[in-house]
Ligand binder design. Structure first.
Ligand SMILES: [Zn+2]
Length: 330
């Protein structure tokens, strides 16, 4: 029998990571190797129709230059406020496109390939499960801390827990302080108002305003996660206290979540993992203090091992493998 007549699977997918500033797209093979990758400025296309046209054009060009359509099976997209259940971006707060945008359908129409879409937290977790620190785990939580927010995604029995409408896992908007700091969601005391990079800077400002202690922080031109870490490394006690407070709050948030879900591990990603021991030690201490005693000492608190710029393109490619439909050109 001639093996040419046997059907072969397509061994590549396209992963797309859409962020406020930059959109990155890559061809990823079945082993998770990035074959080709490129990016462009998201902000240059405030009209969604222009954005989709340019994205489709660029993806087609990359595919044609790297093996052609017959090698590509499907497409996965990571987008802020992306809903896996509907394939739409739904009222993304920080993106130029307002309302509900059926991005997966729009791109599928242009490319003739099956397209799946999910939010950035879900994609980050898929990336960690397929290629990173959650590899081999079935029950885990991935927490991603960046400038503005704290995103999270829960996996249970090896599947993401999405909830009825796809909005499950908003750990960042659980209340940790009654009548606490104002949050972008319109309420007060949410975990992310204390544990995002912005929350870290706010804690530093509050501590400096209420302390007579000399600190290197007061001589900084800008307070940021990097400059505060730098002061910790120089032994500045107030800077260390800033992270101690953040770690304490984060430990409570993660312990509450772990007490409900009993995960095998919690993976920390995003800017905040740069803080290393300054965050990890107080977070771990607070976590073990506040978690349900029967699981105390039995939940692994892990840092992501993937590169920040690479993980979400890889996660989007992992999502692409989950699309059931095949290419129209097959
Ligand atoms: Zn909130």
């Amino acid at each position: 029998m001639d093996f040419k007549e046997i059907d072969h699977i397509k061994t590549r997918v396209v992963g797309i990571d859409i962020r406020e500033n930059t959109t990155t797209y890559a061809i990823v093979d079945i082993r998770g190797d990035i074959i080709a990758e490129d990016s462009f400025s998201t902000e240059d296309y405030p009209k969604i129709s222009d954005f989709v046209s340019v994205l489709a054009e660029k993806v087609i060009m990359l595919v044609e230059e790297n093996g052609g359509y017959e090698t590509v099976r499907s497409v996965g997209i990571s987008a802020p406020s992306g809903n896996y259940l509907t394939g739409c971006i739904e009222n993304a707060a920080n993106m130029p496109w307002k309302g509900v945008i059926p991005l997966a359908a729009m791109l599928q129409d242009r490319l003739g390939l099956a397209v799946a879409l999910a939010n950035d937290g879900h994609i980050t977790a898929l990336g960690e499960k397929a290629f990173g620190s959650a590899h081999g785990m079935k029950d885990f939580i991935v927490v991603s801390i960046s400038h503005g927010g704290l995103g999270s995604c829960i996996f249970s029995h090896g599947r993401p827990h999405l909830g009825m409408r796809g909005f499950a896992g908003e750990l960042g908007h659980t209340c940790v302080v009654v009548n606490g700091r104002e949050c972008g969601c319109g309420r007060r005391g949410c975990l992310e108002t204390y544990c995002s990079s912005r929350g870290l800077v706010k804690t530093a400002e509050e501590l400096m305003a209420n302390s007579q202690e000399p600190t290197l922080l007061s001589s900084l031109e800008t307070l940021s996660i990097d400059t505060i870490i730098d002061c910790c490394n120089k032994g500045d006690q107030l800077a260390i206290e800033v992270f101690r407070r953040l770690g304490f709050m984060l430990g409570i948030g993660l312990a509450n979540c772990a007490s409900i879900l009993n995960p095998e591990g919690i993976v920390l990603t995003g800017d905040m993992r740069k803080a290393g021991k300054w965050l990890y030690a107080p977070m771990k201490e607070s976590f073990e203090e506040h978690v349900f005693p029967n699981i105390r000492g039995k939940v692994r608190l892990l840092a992501s091992i993937l590169k920040e710029g690479e993980r979400d393109v890889l996660g989007a490619s992992a999502l692409a493998w989950d699309v059931k439909e095949y290419s129209l050109f097959k």
